[in-house]
Design a binder for this molecule. Sequence first.
Ligand SMILES: [Zn+2]
Length: 73
Amino acid sequence: MTKFDKKAMQKFNQIPDDMKAKILSNVYCSNCKDTVKIVEFTATTDRDDLLLSGKCAKCSKKIARLIEERLKV
Ligand SMILES: [Zn+2]
């Protein structure tokens, strides 16, 4: 189940696809102690930053990635 709030969805869609792919496959997992791919993620906004919360593709532990507003092109 994917739950994006409207504002988060708009922001997420503004990210270029290549950057999106890069972000989604470079999330740090504290359990794997490595950068992993985030799966089954949801997106919400925290002030103007976009927060992705999901699971590690390797161990299924909950991980999150904050995308700062300034990263937006
Ligand atoms: Zn992991």
